[in-house]
Ligand binder design. Structure first.
Ligand code: F6R
Length: 609
């Protein structure tokens, strides 16, 4: 889970390498470095901390005029986040490498290389690749051939970029399991972990596939397979532009992205619904044929995306189709029985989460009937590996804590539920009603966002707390889980979610004045039961914060604060009630002063197991 950027250009590359690293910082941010090649060899600068720290370390070197270089932002896996372990790694004088991924057979290779006389300067698995390339380079005398021979020996995941002072106008990259794109600029050619890193210099890209190598030079770009056979690759022109990921007037990306949900939801719906129905073909040309045969749904995802899957389970089963939801890391590593005619649905913002990709592979090997992904990254591995595809149009999400990706996933899932269950229990009237609610959703979200001041004021209740409980019932149970995840990941307050009915089966023992309890209370048939749970907490002196539907009629009393969210139809309530929970987490973290766009120990795209 690191980010790499490499460049060969006719102009100085340092500014674009730094800009690229800033755009990739979401992938890892514990240390960073850059190696620039000039006629005297490599100039390397590395620092612990953020890209801003690297810029400080570069000091006067910031005006460096080198026209070739490689750079890296790290999320430590092998070896602590120290300067010594930061990339790029160098052999004495000749080779430099940047790497994103994990080499599983690093120990065996390391022992072999030590026996061959290599000295290791870091604890990283990456240095194993570097020395093996060096060994192969001495045999082949050619960087591309040396990298090709090396990657055949690697087990695990990698996106690597290497440059040699013997061949200063050439950079060789290779990919397996970690994302890689090549940017085609007017002044140069580039390699990076994603397109966003290069949008300041180009919108034209080649996407590199697993088990491919790429060579960039002044002459252009050459892509091959592991046998050295030339691969022809179309140019993909991105419709994103560099400014799309700018902060604008917001203090944090997370806040910007919370506020972008009105537009993101509206963009996700655009062209997908007609007056009273969901349009056919929006999941792919074959979707109607596949959906008619679909007898069960298996959803696989991680983290926030997993919570979206849990909400969809309630929706699918309400309208007559069996649905199972599983965390990808569990699914991929256990034996299971998949019913015939199962549609496997993966959910992912990034489309590069390694566990989700591996789970999809396992399901295909086990013969799952059909696969579909709901994803926010059009050129991601998950999109390329899935039969049916539905893009959430959330736009770039930079804040590590997922917000608009989640609500647009829920919208997408609701469209999927309608498209499939209309072949089961969902009536034409149900479909028309859901479409009407979806149409009104952006305006309702906009209205909900206006509660921010109220929520920010209540956030003060949490700042001296160590723990919090979140309660919900039905589709709001996964929303309570999502609220707890948001609070813990950015404010570092320990938070747990419970199905409200579970309260008296254990967690009630924890409730006292030090343990705030947050409940989501839409106006549905479970409301009366939830009201009883609220009383149970109140009776034990617990402090409660309730996000309630206007119709819920829950009274504000001592120790119970109510925030009314408006009148929200039950079907879209999980989407709407997510928003105040996101804002609550944001404002608690803001008061606590955490680095809330880049919370400690986390990274945006989890490309390691
Ligand atoms: C939490 C968060 C993570 C991701 C998870 C899956 O705010 O963002 O839990 O949801 O790492 O990532 P994707 O959706 O990219 O597969």
């Amino acid at each position: 889970m690191c980010g790499i950027v490499c460049a060969i250009s006719t102009e100085a590359v340092l500014p674009l390498l730094i800009e690229g690293l800033k755009r990739l910082e979401y992938r890892g941010y514990d240390s960073a470095g850059v190696a620039l090649l000039n006629k005297n060899g490599f100039e390397r600068t590395r620092s612990v901390g953020r890209i801003a720290d690297l810029e400080k370390a570069l000091g006067n070197g910031i005006n460096n005029t080198s026209t070739a270089g490689i750079a890296h932002t790290r999320w430590a896996t092998h070896g602590a986040p120290t300067q010594k372990n930061a990339h790029p790694h160098l052999t004495p004088g000749k080779l430099a490498i940047v790497h994103n991924g994990i080499i599983e057979n690093h120990q065996a290779l390391r022992e072999e290389l030590i026996k061959a006389g290599y000295v290791f300067n870091s604890e990283t698995d990456t240095e194993v690749i570097l020395h093996e390339v060096d060994r192969q380079y001495q045999l082949a005398g050619d960087l591309y051939e040396a990298v090709r021979a090396t990657v055949k020996r690697l087990k695990g995941a990698y996106a690597i970029g290497l440059i040699s002072s013997d061949e200063p106008r050439r950079i060789v990259g290779a990919r397996s399991g970690s994302p890689m794109v090549v940017g085609l600029g007017k002044k140069g050619h580039y390699i990076a972990s994603d397109m966003a890193a290069l949008l300041s210099v180009t919108q034209d890209f080649h996407i590199i596939d697993d088990d491919e190598l790429v060579e960039i030079s002044d002459d252009g770009v050459r892509i091959t397979d592991l046998d050295g056979k030339l691969v022809q690759r179309d140019v993909f022109t991105s419709d994103q532009h560099a400014g799309a990921a700018d902060l604008g007037h917001y203090q944090h990306y997370m806040l910007k992205e919370i506020h972008e949900q009105t537009q993101a939801v509206s963009d996700t719906l655009e062209g997908r619904i007609a007056a009273e129905r969901v349009l056919p073909g929006i999941f792919g040309a074959q979707d109607e044929t596949i959906f008619k045969q679909t007898g069960a749904i298996q959803i696989i995802a991680c983290g926030t995306s997993y919570h979206a899957g849990l909400v969809a389970q309630y929706w699918f089963e309400k309208f007559g189709i069996a649905c199972r939801v599983e965390i990808a890391s569990e699914f991929r590593s256990r034996q299971h029985t998949i019913a015939d005619n199962t549609l496997l649905v993966t959910l992912s913002q990034s489309g590069e989460t390694i566990d989700t990709l591996a789970a999809l592979k396992v399901a295909k090997q086990e013969g799952v009937a059909h696969t579909l992904t709901i994803c926010n990254a059009p050129e991601s591995s998950l999109v390329r590996d899935s039969e049916l595809v539905f893009m959430t149009h959330a736009g770039p999400e930079i804040g590590v804590a997922s917000t608009k990706a989640f609500t647009t996933q829920l919208v997408s899932l609701l469209l999927l539920v309608v498209s499939i269950t209309k072949h089961h229990r969902l009536s034409a009237q149900d479909e028309a009603r859901i479409v009407k609610e979806l149409r009104e959703l952006p305006a309702i979200i906009d209205e909900t966002l206006r509660r921010e001041k109220e929520i920010a004021a209540l956030a003060r209740l949490f700042t001296d707390k160590q723990h919090a409980l979140f309660l919900g019932r039905g589709t709001q149970y996964p929303i309570a889980m999502e609220g707890a995840l948001k609070l813990k990941e950015i404010s570092y307050i320990h938070a747990e979610a419970y199905a409200a009915g579970e309260l008296k089966h254990g967690p009630l023992a924890l409730v006292d004045e030090k343990m705030p309890v947050i409940a989501v209370a839409p106006n549905n048939r479970l409301l009366e039961k939830l009201k009883s749970n609220i009383e149970e907490v109140r009776a034990r002196g617990g402090r409660m914060l309730v996000f309630a539907d206007d119709h819920a009629q829950i009274n504000q009393t001592k120790g119970v604060d109510i925030i009314n969210i408006g009148r929200v139809d039950n079907i879209i309530a999980p989407i709407v009630f997510t928003i105040p929970l996101q804002m609550l987490a944001y404002h608690v973290a803001l008061i606590k002063g955490t680095d809330l766009d880049k919370p400690r120990n986390l990274a945006k795209s989890v490309t390691v197991e």
